[in-house]
Design a protein around this ligand. Sequence first.
Ligand SMILES: [Zn+2]
Ligand SMILES: [Zn+2]
Length: 335
Amino acid sequence: MRALVCDGPEQALLREVRAPEPGPGEVLVRVTSALTCATDFKLLKRGHPKIPFPLTLGHEFAGVVERTGEGAGFQPGERVTSSVSAPCGGCEACRVGRENLCVTAFERPLFGAFADFLLVPERIVKNGLRRIPPGLSDEAAALLDPLASVVHGLGRAGTAADGGDVLIVGTGPIAAMLFFLLRGKEGTDASARRIVVAGRREARLEFFLERGAEVSRIEASPRATGSLVIDTTGDAGVISALPDLAADGGTVLLFAGLPAGARVSLDAHALHYREVSIVGSFHYTPRDADEALALLSRGAVPAADIVSARCPLDDWRAAFDLAQGGAAMKVSLVP
Ligand SMILES: [Zn+2]
Ligand SMILES: [Zn+2]
């Protein structure tokens, strides 16, 4: 089978490798759609402190069960998608329902979807692999992982997500999914809610403008104030300006990750006198993933707007260029 193996930074090659055989509890999935994601771009560029090379890239996918090991609980032919990791269920974080903070969940994240087949280990088969509901396309179902993170982030924002103006900083697929969910929140008057998206790339700002958002260039220090201000850039310089853009009593949600050791300087005066809250959000729980799949099934996120191009697996480099250049939000690589 073919697999996009990465041996080190900037050393990825589509290679012929031996297809894995599922052991007890494992499932071998024939990939039908695997989506580009900034995490894979980062891995290719500089590696990851917790994910060693060599490694097959790709982690947002859908496919069809090809073969299963004993007791896996899935049948050949079933369409599936998956979380990138699975909680252990036994640690302190898991016991109190904060499975996204499970201490061992990220020991072996599920990468390897840019390939003809992907072997899903037992733990993820049990707590991460999900059947795709009838009527939901493989391509849309492959959005499970990033959309579950977005669902979790909005949960962390609490009541600030339920109404009031929103400023989203950054213009990538995460920003788009946040926009769609916030715009569609049940019980909110969409016309009364202002959603401003701030970014740098013209093509991406255009994307949001066409879909009814107000847009602003980051450099122009957006004049909007939001009850909810969301950072999707992970840029410390951008983040330090955000409390000033939050309304009194508002919430700043740090959605994007920053490198270890990153420090951000914040206006403590605003945090105290204007009661601006800073909230972080990381990954998602199994409940968030269930909700994401339900939202996709209901069409709450227009998947075709996010996954707007497809390429054969052989043309992975063109797919990466399309997504990184901003011409597509995500590209579906089709083996
Ligand atoms: Zn991803
Ligand atoms: Zn755990």
